[in-house]
Ligand binder design. Sequence first.
Ligand SMILES: Cc1cc2nc3c(=O)[nH]c(=O)nc-3n(C[C@H](O)[C@H](O)[C@H](O)COP(=O)(O)OP(=O)(O)OC[C@H]3O[C@@H](n4cnc5c(N)ncnc54)[C@H](O)[C@@H]3O)c2cc1C
Length: 315
Amino acid sequence: MSETIERIKCLIIGSGPAGYTAAIYASRADLKPVMYTGMQMGGQLTTTTEVDNFPGYPEGTDGTAMMEDLKKQAERFGTEVRFGLATEVNFSDKVGGIHKITIDGTKEIEAETVIITTGATAKYLGLESEERLKGGGVSACATCDGFFYRKQDVIVVGAGDTAAEEATYLANICNKVTMLVRKDHMRASKAMIHRVEKTENIEVLYNSELDEVLGDNVVEGVRVVNNQTQNKHEIEVTGVFIAIGHTPNTDIFNGQLEMDETGYLVTKGKSTKTNKPGVFAAGDVQDHEYRQAVTAAGTGCMAALDAERYLGSLE
Ligand SMILES: Cc1cc2nc3c(=O)[nH]c(=O)nc-3n(C[C@H](O)[C@H](O)[C@H](O)COP(=O)(O)OP(=O)(O)OC[C@H]3O[C@@H](n4cnc5c(N)ncnc54)[C@H](O)[C@@H]3O)c2cc1C
């Protein structure tokens, strides 16, 4: 199966803010990292035009441009950025062991250290109008985009802790938040439900689903369907926040690395160490809590430092 086998010191899987930051640090530490970008070169931020909260950009920046800058910075210090997908991994259990990673089903890499930064993917409902208006008012991240809807009316779709958190976050910024909950109750924790209930400008509509996002180029409203009566009504809003969860991109690590019950990689304490020596994880793939570019970048830095120290300890 394998076309070629290549032996390297440090392999970085994924090219989001965590991957590129790990690459900057690892290349400056002379680990000669090789990065495989995956199908989404630059990661999730390449799907947004407005990044307003990454430090160092006083006027904000375009997500794709920012990721191009990070790529150039990583390459400047010698990171080899390659387009390709890790399709299979076989991690060693031994300290100092060699990890085997297959790229695109054909090429085999043997790596002394591996930094996993494969991120997570936001779940959407799958409506055509939702897809069309992504970036035009439809978002999956209140922390990222809430600011753009200051003093406006918005919808949050979802019933779990994430939805409740997004709704209370938005309630501080927006005029009114309407939550659409599919069942006749929320499945968020009691504490979060209590926070939602005592927030005056949040209205919860139970047994309610998003039928359509309205608007040609930007969101102008939503059509909501009551799944008990099938009655439909429209609400005028400018923002629609889909908060039905994320899927961590960890399928290929099944059976290889410790994960939590939702598939996020588990790292040890305040480090990026996984349960396999020499394998580190950074960014959204190990963080369902903060999910921000700057936190991903921070843990990317930590992963490179952890990898460098691990290699140093073997000498
Ligand atoms: C629309 C949108 C807007 C956002 N706006 C902001 C914002 O304004 N500010 C902010 O701080 N955050 C924002 N975020 C969140 C932010 O994008 C993420 O927190 C951040 O990108 C996570 O970085 P990461 O490096 O962990 O992973 P990601 O950015 O998710 O990158 C994952 C990388 O892994 C690669 N990959 C996956 N599987 C494989 C594989 N098998 N082999 C090789 N590569 C693989 C992918 O191709 C990708 O390059 C936004 C997110 C979205 C979706």
